[in-house]
Design a protein around this ligand. Structure first.
Ligand code: NAD
Ligand code: ZN
Ligand code: ZN
Length: 371
């Protein structure tokens, strides 16, 4: 079976993968398409530690090939989006609608594959850069067959994460303002989530000027090229105080209600805090190396109700939110097809990686099998 394996010193496109039988509560999915998320690149470059060999990819969609004896929610032939949360469904977190807090959903590593005859792990409980994968029943979420799988695959991470951060974690309200740092696959979905939520000022920030067109296409009202402009000063110019400003650099008034770090760098997260209005909150989505810290004067938070929130996987509840994304897409409110700006076969994985680094894609998608 063909797939893309993280070998420890890089990646290999290989035909030497095997897959075990499906268990009673598992589903085998023939992967049709898979988006390349920065988290896959972060495994390859060591930012996200992962034990090799592992089959990469975690943003996928496909067709159910086989189900275990106890599976009831999907059947062979169903089209599914694969969610990365292998949540248990019965703990207190799951029971209160917070599968991203479920203990079973984090650090969930299993070895359904073989690579050159040796056990190989999955990645993010998913592994979708491969012709067929095995996931828990809870992770295979049925979608209508008229949604193209090359677009639907992006719901599996970038869309749930970005739109979910806005709707589920921040709960942005109409008329609020936001700054989105990093206009990549996640950031574009934060931007379109903000447009859906009714934010009136949406400022995209990226170090690549080439991202401006995409940012505006997805709903940004303004764009700052952080390679040539100081992002914090730029935001404060765009969002001046609408009331008499309190003096002092520590707690200036004006700025945004929300700031989203979709990069994963401490300087960016610090900027996200520094662009906030009183009462504003920064949301950390980007994932830097373990141990990375952000430094901030606590007075700039405590005196003016500013906050910092983390957000995993858009705080999503995949069995609700995947359907919501499909509904929004069908209603013309959510752009999925427009996110797919490059498609390649698995052999040309490196083309997508290079295009991501050059800032040439919204999302690059691997076409895995024709279904
Ligand atoms: N929290 C979660 O659940 C979750 C889910 C998915 C991805 N992520 C993380 O989110 C981050 C973004 O992922 P992605 O797939 O969108 O990546 P991407 O490569 O598609 O986009 C990243 C963007 O950030 C821009 N950028 C880089 N440095 C910058 C800087 N200093 N200031 C402003 N912009 C800068 C790049 O030019 C690019 O446009 C990664 O760290 C990824 O691991 C987190
Ligand atoms: Zn991802
Ligand atoms: Zn649980």
């Amino acid at each position: 079976m063909r797939g893309i394996v993280y070998t420890g010193d890089g990646v290999e496109v290989t035909d030497d993968l095997g897959l075990r039988e499906v268990g009673p509560k598992e589903v085998r999915v023939a992967v049709a398409a898979a988006g390349v998320c920065h988290s896959d690149l972060s495994v390859i470059n060591g930012t996200i530690p992962w034990k090799p060999p592992a089959v990469l990819g975690h943003e996928g969609a496909g067709v159910v090939e086989a189900v275990g004896s106890e599976v009831r929610s999907v059947k062979p032939g169903d089209h599914v989006v694969i969610a990365t949360l292998a949540s248990c469904g019965v703990c207190r977190a799951c029971s209160t609608g917070h599968p991203t807090w479920c203990r079973a959903s984090l650090g969930n590593v299993s070895h359904p594959f073989t690579y050159k005859g040796e056990a190989a792990s999955n990645f993010a409980a998913a592994s979708v850069f491969v012709e067929s994968t095995i996931v828990a029943e809870v992770q295979a979420i049925r979608i209508p067959k008229d949604v193209p799988l090359t677009s639907a695959c992006l719901i599996g991470c970038g869309v749930l994460t970005g739109v979910g951060a806005v709707l589920n974690r921040a709960k942005v309200r109409p008329g609020e303002t936001a700054v989105v740092f990093g206009v990549g696959g996640v950031g574009l979905n934060v931007i379109q989530g903000l447009a859906i939520a009714g934010a009136t000022r949406i400022i995209g920030v990226d170090t690549l000027a080439s991202k401006e067109g995409l940012a505006r296409q997805f709903g940004a009202t303004d764009f700052i090229d952080a390679s040539s402009t100081d992002a914090v000063a730029g935001v404060r110019e765009l969002l001046p105080p609408n009331r008499e400003s309190a003096a002092g650099a520590l707690n200036p008034m004006g700025g945004a209600t929300w700031a989203f770090d979709c990069v994963g760098h401490p300087a960016v997260l610090r900027n996200a805090l520094d662009v906030l209005d009183w009462g504003g909150n920064a949301v950390a989505l980007g994932i830097p190396a373990r141990g990375t810290e952000v430094s901030v004067d606590i007075n700039s938070l405590a005196y003016v109700d500013r906050g910092l929130l983390g957000c995993r996987y858009g705080s999503s509840r995949p069995h609700h939110d995947v359907g919501l994304m499909v509904d929004l897409y069908k209603a013309g409110r959510l752009k999925l097809d427009e996110l797919v700006t490059m498609t390649r076969p698995m052999d040309a994985f490196r083309d997508i990686v290079e295009a991501m680094h050059a800032g040439q894609v919204a999302r690059g998608v691997l076409e895995i099998s024709t279904i």
